[in-house]
Design a protein around this ligand. Structure first.
Ligand code: ADP
Ligand code: MG
Length: 615
């Protein structure tokens, strides 16, 4: 038999490599921006169309390339950054594998224009699916411009796999920030379609952070600095008062390269110990500088995890540096833990102070955003089959021994109403208990059931919001004194993309100058919320979902809003509130899990209990 092994043609090998290096437009943005930085540029412009799907262009004023280097740059393993294996241990540049350009050129139509500083004439190369289509001398400015058109044009499976423009744009913004933040000595700009998303002049780190996240950061940032032999630490943390309920902004840069480290994150979080309200996260922008010899750089370029030699020492230095800063800048006394509490909690009492009996009758005129029960929630025509199931499965009628015993006690205090609804309800009143202000315990036919109050409420709100989306029924409460909200450019772009969905949630917002919105109205059942915090919380939760999920805009917004508005753990509930929550939960289509799939309900059978007591 003849031999069957062959070398793959370069174009195929490149396409395979491209799968690793370029997953989405944002990966190309990252690679090209890093190349521009490595070329010593002081000004880097990013232009994108349709979230990079149609065009990604990076224009820099760096060193440029000679004609033959320009041609070579598209070869695989072609790099100017290392010459020998030893160089790997002293690497300070962003790239060194020589894979990026070859990979990008394998899966897009690329146009490169470049001219070295001092050269008369530049070169233009057109390359498509690894094939050079054209090369000619050209007049162009010093530096390099690379246009990447129709990414994945020849890999339809990949192209189809791309997410919506809003999601892909978010990824690009994220990569852009990761390169721009640790390099304030370089001017960056980013234009998307017709919008200028960022325009960041040369400045210091603080100015760069304000440019990226908005001027309000001016008063929020606390500097951190520490120089030791092992690590140099420089950067900022956000004052604990401004901590976010969701992850917020968390940036570590190691030798100016963005990294993720759960271990170092823990160091920061623990430095904030007791300064942060429960369930809040510190925000930080920390640049660590270490000798490249002491880290494992041989990791894949698209991965953000890193191995340190002196991990423990770095942890300790980081923690103490932040503690010192927080102490020095006198952060602790300005804390007000109650400040946020009201923002994240549902109005538990009706405005008129009168509770209405929860009821399970169907109301065909149901307005999902009308407050007329203690939780601002009410049963609807949505889906009553689950409620029927719940009644069957978990009937709280006194029809077994355990229930009977409890009932007997109750009889001494009240007469039992024979009306079924009322009986169920009365029985509820007696039989729901709150544990640690977190769980609702209620007894059921076969034992007892524990409901996670926050998760359960999230589920209720989530279905209600989705329902309102579907029926276009959200009502808006106009604000007496409309407030403005200044967002960072990335969030501003996001809100613009989501504008029509946000409006259909019940918000009434309009643009008001650069990066700013006016909030004229908020969803009608959120009247006790502060409008700015409500919108900010929505954006935060949305971004967090976006990183974790592949869901569409509306679903993501419904999740974000539900999480934002839900009753949190730690909140004491009245009997009525508990019963109402149980009723509403079982009117849901999927009562058993939160929108993100965590359980909301767990049950224990009386047999389990009997066993424990060895009966
Ligand atoms: P790497 O960055 O790992 O070396 P790339 O494929 O990203 O590999 O780039 C290959 C080479 O092309 C680089 O080593 C560099 O010499 C050159 N190059 C790429 N982009 C630029 C640029 N914007 N300006 C100057 N040279 C560049
Ligand atoms: Mg590179």
């Amino acid at each position: 038999m003849s031999d069957i092994i062959q070398l793959l043609p370069d174009s195929v090998a490149n396409q395979i490599a491209a799968g690793e290096v370029v997953q989405r437009p944002a990966s190309a943005v990252k690679e090209l921006m890093e190349n521009a930085l490595d070329a010593g540029s002081t000004q880097i412009k990013l232009i994108a169309k349709d979230a990079g799907k149609t065009l990604i262009q990076i224009i820099d004023n760096g060193c440029g390339m000679s004609e033959s280097d320009a041609r070579m740059s598209f070869e695989r393993h072609a790099t100017s950054k290392i010459r020998k294996a030893d160089d790997l241990f002293a690497i300070r540049t962003m790239g060194f594998r020589g894979e990026a350009l070859a990979s990008i050129a394998a899966i897009a139509q690329v146009e490169l224009k470049t001219k070295r500083i001092g050269d008369e004439i530049g070169v233009k190369i057109d390359i498509e699916g690894s094939e050079v289509k054209n090369q000619e001398a050209t007049h162009c400015p010093e530096g390099t411009s690379i246009s990447v058109k129709n990414l994945f044009y020849n890999v339809p499976a990949r192209r189809n796999f791309l997410k919506t423009d809003a999601v892909e744009l978010r990824h690009i913004i994220e990569e852009f920030q990761r390169v721009a933040i640790p390099n304030p000595q370089v001017a960056f700009s980013f234009h998307h379609n017709t919008t200028e998303v960022f325009n960041l002049p040369v400045g210091n780190l603080k100015q760069r952070l304000m440019g990226v996240f908005g001027n309000s950061y001016n008063t929020r940032l606390v500097p951190v600095e520490e120089n030791t032999e092992i690590v140099k630490i420089k950067g900022y943390v956000i004052k604990p008062d401004f901590a976010k309920k969701t992850r917020g902004e968390q940036f570590f840069f190691l030798n100016k390269r963005f990294i993720k480290s759960a271990y170092l994150h823990h160091a920061v979080q623990s430095a904030f110990e007791q300064l942060l309200p429960k369930d809040s996260f510190a925000s930080y922008f920390l640049l660590l500088d270490v000798d490249p010899k002491t880290i494992d750089i041989n990791i894949h370029p698209t991965k953000t995890e890193v191995k340190f030699e002196d991990e423990k020492a770095i942890y300790a230095f980081l923690r103490s540096a932040i503690k010192k800063s927080l102490g020095q800048f006198n952060i602790a006394p300005s804390l007000d833990f109650n400040q946020e509490a009201h923002l994240y909690n549902m109005p538990l009492k009706p405005v008129d102070g009168i509770y209405k009996q929860p009821t399970i009758t169907v109301d065909p005129n149901y307005n999902p955003f009308k407050i007329d029960s203690p939780l601002g929630i009410k049963s609807s025509e949505r889906d009553l089959s689950n409620r029927a199931n719940w009644e069957k499965m978990y009937s709280r009628h006194a029809d077994n021994q355990l229930e009977f015993e409890i009932k007997k006690e109750e009889e001494t205090q009240q007469t039992i109403n024979t009306d079924w609804d009322n009986e169920l309800h009365e029985s509820n009143l007696k039989s729901s208990y709150q544990l640690h202000n977190k769980y609702i315990l209620t007894h059921i036919k076969t034992g007892f059931m524990v409901i996670d109050q926050q998760g359960g409420h999230e589920r209720i709100l989530y279905e209600r919001i989705l329902y309102a989306f579907e029926k276009n029924k959200s009502a808006t409460q106009q604000e007496l004194f409309p407030k403005t909200i200044e967002l960072n450019p990335a969030d501003f772009a996001l809100v613009k993309e989501l504008n029509s969905e946000i409006q259909s949630l019940g918000f009434d917002i309009s643009e008001f100058g650069k990066n700013t919105f006016v909030i004229h109205g908020i969803p009608a059942d959120t009247v006790n919320f502060d409008s700015v915090n409500l919108l900010e919380g929505l954006i935060e939760n949305y971004k967090q979902n976006q990183l974790e999920l592949k869901s569409d805009k509306r679903e993501n917004l419904a999740r974000a809003m539900a999480r934002n508005m839900s009753i949190k753990s730690g909140r004491a509930l009245t009997q009525e509130e508990m019963n109402n929550l149980i009723d509403e939960l079982f009117a849901c289509k999927m009562p058993y899990s939160t929108p993100s799939g965590k359980p909301t309900i767990t049950t224990f059978s009386s047999e389990d209990l009997d066993k424990r007591f060895k009966k």
